[in-house]
Design a protein around this ligand. Sequence first.
Ligand SMILES: [Zn+2]
Length: 182
Amino acid sequence: MEPVEVRRSSRARRWRLEAPWGEPARLTVPQRMSRLEVERVLARQQQWIVRQRERQVPRLNLDRLAVSESEARTAARELVGALAEEAAAELGVGFRRIRIGAQRTLWGSCSPRGNLSFNWRLVLAPFEVLDYVVVHELCHLRVLDHSARFWRLVEHHRPAWREQRAWLREHGPEVLAFRPGP
Ligand SMILES: [Zn+2]
């Protein structure tokens, strides 16, 4: 049985269990949940954790020692910058700044004021996937939400966007959990 870190939170309304790739499983429970209840949840959810772990099998052959984070960040900045310039021209939008970050769960984001942020780990994904994420965020400068209008816009500019999104769903957790070597 895998050990589970239990955290009590005054904001939690109900329990929430996570088993992130490469990290210990975590159970967040409301402040007042009794020990007995916590133990019951843990016992009942062991199988769920096992199933998550079974899916977390590396398949991308990412080599921790072959990647330096600072080099990857530089590459991400250059590549994302160039793609964003291109896509902005294509879409007829302007953006302000691009930040390259190390978000744990996000590939990219876009503020209404036009500040873009991208995860450096995108350089570990196929080029088409990175390109899709950049175009996706820039499309948000035209349509902020994920409405049908937004997806039509994405589709117009990147007709194969579903493939890239499917790749992210399948392999994204492995890429997000990637930690470069020392
Ligand atoms: Zn979006």
